[in-house]
Ligand binder design. Sequence first.
Ligand code: COA
Length: 151
Amino acid sequence: MTLTIRRADSGDLPAILTLLEQAEMYTSSVTLAGEVTYLLGEVDGRPAAVLGMEHGGGASLLRSFTVQAGYRGRGWSALLLAEAYALLRARGDQDVFLFSADEGGFWAHQGYRRVLPQELAQRLPLTPQVRHAVATGWLEEALAWHMTLPA
Ligand SMILES: CC(C)(COP(=O)(O)OP(=O)(O)OC[C@H]1O[C@@H](n2cnc3c(N)ncnc32)[C@H](O)[C@@H]1OP(=O)(O)O)[C@@H](O)C(=O)NCCC(=O)NCCS
């Protein structure tokens, strides 16, 4: 079974929202408009994984990352992350940030370290997820993570 990864376009938004809803993940502020890139992973043309990136100056935010439950544990998350990091390096980013919905064991395993959510927000103030966090008041309680982009 092969995972094919491509850049999503605006027509893929319903499929992306379905993947996130199936994983019980937040969909508010998910947008494919503006300075964002979403990668869609497909198996036989059917959506199976998604990873979003919201871009700022020299840094980007990862979000909305899920592999459909039936396909987990195959190392596909590494394929998606490698594709994302290549794209971020190509745009000249040095830093990757994200918010985690849980305690973040997966991200610690990937080499990320906790930072204050305010540091993330200061670095990427115009990204949809940060704007939403500030507007709705969840920034202060958020768990935020940072990694220097691997060479
Ligand atoms: C997070 C997620 C995308 C990982 O996909 P996956 O297919 O399960 O992960 P992989 O099989 O590619 O595993 C990659 C590595 O992460 C490790 N890992 C997976 N889940 C982990 C966890 N919760 N804590 C610590 N390590 C974890 C694996 O052991 C593996 O380690 P290795 O590379 O040293 O062998 C998937 O579990 C998922 O969709 N979860 C629900 C949504 C979610 O939590 N998203 C992340 C927050 S935005």
